[in-house]
Design a protein around this ligand. Structure first.
Ligand SMILES: [Zn+2]
Length: 138
C-alpha cells in the first residue's frame, strides 16, 4: 500500500490513542492490516518520491497539529516502508516487517483495481482526522 495512505491510516487510528506508547503500535498494526488487503504498489522511483513527500508532509502536519499523538501513529504506519525504500536501493539485505518478508500475505493488484481501496482508506482516514465523523474518543 502507498506510504502516504499508511501514514494517514496510522494517524487516524492513533487519533483514538492518548500516548506514544499506544499510538506507535497502533500505527504499526494498521500497516500490517492494510498490507494484507489486495492493493497496488508502484514499482518505480518517481511515484515513490511523490508518495514519500506527500506522506512526510502529512506526518509533519500531524506533528504540528492539535493532537501530536497522531504523528506517532502516522510514524508507526509509515516506518515499515522505510525498509522497502532502503531495499529498493540495496541498502538493506533483508526485510523484517512480516508483510514485507512473506511471513504475512501482501497481495498485489494492478493499478485501477488496487487503487480504489487505497482511496477509500485515505478518504475515511482524512475524514476521521478532520473530525467529520466518529467521536474523538470511544
Ligand atoms: Zn508495507
Amino acid at each position: 500500500m502507498y506510504f502516504s495512505v499508511h501514514v494517514l491510516a496510522g494517524a487516524a487510528a492513533a487519533s483514538y490513542a492518548s500516548t506514544f506508547y499506544t499510538a506507535l503500535p497502533v500505527g504499526l498494526v494498521t500497516h500490517a492490516l492494510l498490507d494484507m488487503v489486495p492493493h497496488h504498489d508502484y514499482g518505480s522511483i518517481p511515484p515513490g518520491v511523490i508518495d514519500g513527500l506527500v506522506g512526510l508532509l502529512a506526518l509533519a502536519l500531524f506533528a504540528m497539529g492539535p493532537r501530536p499523538v497522531t504523528a506517532w501513529g502516522a510514524a508507526g504506519g509509515g516506518i515499515p516502508d522505510l525498509e522497502v525504500f532502503l531495499g529498493y536501493f540495496n541498502l538493506v539485505k533483508r526485510q523484517w516487517f512480516p508483510t514485507h518478508n512473506g511471513l504475512l500475505p501482501h497481495p498485489q493488484r494492478s493499478f485501477w483495481p488496487g487503487l480504489w481501496l487505497q482511496l477509500l482508506v485515505a478518504g475515511l482516514s482524512a475524514a476521521r482526522l478532520l473530525g467529520l465523523f466518529l467521536p474523538r474518543s470511544l
